[in-house]
Design a binder for this molecule. Structure first.
Ligand code: AMP
Length: 418
């Protein structure tokens, strides 16, 4: 025997129980988002690498270390999507969605790919449900998307949730603040971790994320971006918070909140669950008013979020996996295989959940299998005649007329019982 091939590290098969969870999340998202005016979008699994390099930002961990990028054979560098916002913005531009009434509100549920260190709740292929509302900078849009994520997580029964929120201001504010922060880091360079010190130029904000003790100490006296916001950005942020208050969504202000992607401006937020371990982030997002220009479009504001489907399920302690009810199981003796096949096909065409024996079991084995499926009716086709059994009442009738007769008897009795 040759060596067994296994799924790549950090990936997992979505088996029946998890697939049931995925369906519950998808249904909950659809029921919540469609009536709120969000339409489904699915973008391709891979994109031009430049979309992420420019959109997500060259200095981010995602672009520097986590992308699955490769040459597609035609001399193009393509990348398995590591996130959903840049692709949705590309689609908005490509399909002229600026001509639609703004904001254009979209949602997706798709798989994403990041070359990260696999651990509990962190995979190299994972699923996210997300929304993007593009074309308006009204603070009510920020508040709307946050309230919707709060509702979705609540509907899914996610436990011990905390919402942290902050504002990053405009790129200009950030640039000035960045210099101020870099000066603070350089002045205290000897107390920083090697990693933070080596990234002062590239990404000083990430220093807030460090779990290195010396670095944390230095960061306690670091200047905060929220204290440097312009009057407009402050007003925008205050308006978002007032709307969250009005919607009864509680939050913690966290001036050190740093999101891993570069494109955020103004509002950023993150839901975490204390019911999860180290990977406690359930979903997050923010406003990205500068992203569209980075990928070659006109200035267009936008705001959105993405939540990890696996993390939602972990945070809600799993969802029940009820097996689909079976209306009819057809057991048969060998010469009546074609009849069994006809009955099952016609029952399925009529919308019934029907199964038949497929593994060559003895009639006795077939009846056991019928019990395992929990079928309400069992048709038993013998060479010398057919019967239909009602497993709920224990009733049994003889059925005349071959396959037609059995289908007619099922139609007559399903719902009423024997
Ligand atoms: P991000 O796009 O990094 O803001 O992530 C949004 C959400 O997606 C996170 O809060 C997680 O729930 C989920 N997520 C991100 N990366 C992973 C991963 N590698 N494995 C599983 N879930 C992830």
């Amino acid at each position: 025997m040759s060596e067994k091939i296994q799924a790549p590290r950090g990936t997992q098969d979505v088996l029946a129980e998890m697939a049931a969870g995925f369906h519950v999340v998808e249904d909950a998202a659809r029921r919540l988002l469609e009536p709120a005016g969000y339409r489904r979008i699915e973008t391709p699994t891979f994109e031009d690498t430049a979309l992420f390099a420019r959109g997500v930002g060259e200095s981010t961990d995602v672009v520097q270390k986590e992308m699955y990028s490769f040459d597609d054979g035609g001399g193009r560098s393509i990348t398995l999507r590591p996130e959903g916002t840049a692709p949705v913005c590309r689609a908005y531009l490509e399909h002229g969605m600026h001509k639609l009434p703004q904001p254009v509100k979209l949602w997706y549920l798709s798989s994403f790919f990041r070359y990260e260190k696999p651990q509990a709740g962190r995979y190299r292929q994972f699923w996210q449900v997300g929304v993007e509302a593009i074309g308006s900078d009204d603070p009510a849009v920020d508040a709307e998307v946050i309230v919707l994520l709060d509702r979705l997580l609540g509907d899914m029964g996610a436990r011990e949730l905390r919402l942290r929120i902050s504002s990053l201001g405009t790129p200009e504010t950030r640039a000035a603040y960045r210099e101020e922060l870099q000066a603070h880091l350089r002045a205290n360079a000897d107390r920083l971790s090697d990693e933070v010190r080596s990234r002062i130029d590239l990404n000083p904000l990430r220093a807030f994320d460090s779990d290195h003790e010396g670095t944390q100490e230095v960061m306690r006296s670091a200047p905060l971006l929220v204290d440097r916001l312009t009057a407009e950005d402050r007003a925008h942020f205050d308006a978002v918070l007032a709307l969250l208050d009005a919607a009864d969504v509680s939050y913690e202000l966290d001036p050190t909140l740093v999101r891993g992607l570069d494109y955020y401006t103004r509002t950023v937020f993150e839901f975490a669950s204390d019911a999860l371990g180290a990977q406690s982030g359930v979903g997050g997002g923010g406003r990205y008013d500068g992203l569209m220009e980075l990928i070659g479009g006109p200035p267009t504001p936008g705001v959105g979020w993405a939540a990890g489907v696996e993390r939602i399920l972990l945070a809600s302690g799993g969802v029940p996996d009820p097996e689909a009810p079976v209306d009819l199981f057809v057991a048969y003796e060998e010469p009546r295989r074609a009849d069994a096949f006809t009955i099952v096909t016609r029952s399925r065409n009529a919308g019934r959940a029907a199964q038949m024996e497929l593994a060559g079991r003895s009639l006795k084995g077939q009846l056991k299998q019928a019990t395992r499926t929990g079928a309400r009716f069992v048709a038993v086709l013998r060479e010398d005649g057919s019967v239909l059994q009602d497993t709920e009442t224990g009733g049994e009738v003889a059925v005349e007329g071959g396959a037609d007769g059995v289908v007619a008897a099922v139609n007559r009795n399903l719902g009423a019982g024997l």
